[in-house]
Design a protein around this ligand. Sequence first.
Ligand code: BES
Ligand code: MN
Ligand code: MN
Length: 462
Amino acid sequence: MNQIKSYIAEHKERFLTELIDILKIPSISADKAYKKDVLKTADTIKYSLEKVGCDTVEICKTDGYPIVYAQKIIDKNLPTILVYGHYDVQPPDPINLWDSPPFEPVIKKTDKHPDGAIFARGACDDKGQMYMHVKAMEFMTATNQLPCNVKFMIEGEEEVGSANLATFVKNNTEKLKNDVILISDTGMIANNVPSITTGLRGLSYVEVEVTGPNRDLHSGLYGGAVANPINILTKMIASLHDENNHITIPGFYDNVEELSQQERAEMAKAPFNLDAYKKALDINAVYGETGYTTNERNSIRPTLDVNGIWGGYTGEGAKTVIASKAYAKISMRLVPNQDWQNITKLFKTHFENIAPQGVTVKVTPHHGGQGYVTPIDSVGYKAASKAYQDTFGKTPIPQRSGGSIPIVALFEQELKSKTILMGFGLDSDAIHSPNEHFGVWNYLKGIETIPLFYKYFTELSR
Ligand code: BES
Ligand code: MN
Ligand code: MN
């Protein structure tokens, strides 16, 4: 057994207990009621980085939740890897759909994870994946084989848009200077099909409000004579897609990068089983834009989805009412070259234009970010590929993801370095959903693979 494998075998139980302790803290950045817990998590991460041998470890205050920063500089002439991750998590709602409480981690076996998986909010996104880097660092310092310099930047606001991190990055470009950025906050195809994420989608998130009459009305006395905001809102939303499931907002596709037939053929080589996909979701058919495959629809094509819609009476029984207002939250996933601020503007103009007389419409933009693609011929990608080759025994497949980490595009813009996305989660790990989990095998495989990335990145940078 090689050294990293035996180190993991020896310390496995402790690696799990330490992660479980972090998962017990409900660091929900979206809900102010958990402020103390979010701050406590930052302290815990700071302590863990001190313990694994970082020289400088600090809690950097922002206008929101702090950023944990740490570094170990062994030689100015060696390359520097900047590790990014997040210690905040999504709210656990709907809580009644969890089989075990979200902040009381348990290890259970699943079909995909015969060695067991840790069930808890944040297990995969991103505490488990972020902590792999802390434990990989422990291995490298404990055995005296850290081959290069390392910086850690772990934030607490990723799940709410990273607004303060953007400012921090812009103000600290010298401190954050690096040769490559390494992130484990994505997934891979399967445990026996390793892949490296080469793209992320951008995002524009908006909230809309449709107002009709100045108060809720009796639906008998007024029904049929005034615009019902819920009827109107749903009609407006339905019109945002045509019969081919193309988005109808004028200009929406203007800058969309079309992949060549060759690139699409390359993508289609990744193993994908449509029946298994449908079965896993209990759906009898997939649904989406005409002319594209499922894997294309969820990675290289932009989308528009309602994330929530409400208004009127939703309590028990029936209440006859025409609501004064109706609301929806809408996300648009974007592909490289679509500018999120421009898309937000196009949406706003279009949505206001299609509102019929009798209602007023308000569009409030939330957060957003640009998409990202990374080349597969960079030193970073090659180093990652070699690392996976060693630990999985297979060359990883490059694959674009449908998810978003909006800050990655900003990293490249401000820090002028490429990001390598070494994700070890599976799509079935239920991130953002009830019963989120992270495979124990995946956690340990990540810890095993990361030090090899350091090694190969240092070697290939010479
Ligand atoms: N880690 C995810 C993004 C992700 C997951 C990318 C899996 C690729 C594969 C991240 O924490 C996340 O949830 N991002 C949000 C956007 C953010 C602005 C709230 C998303 O994609 O919805
Ligand atoms: Mn994440
Ligand atoms: Mn997330």
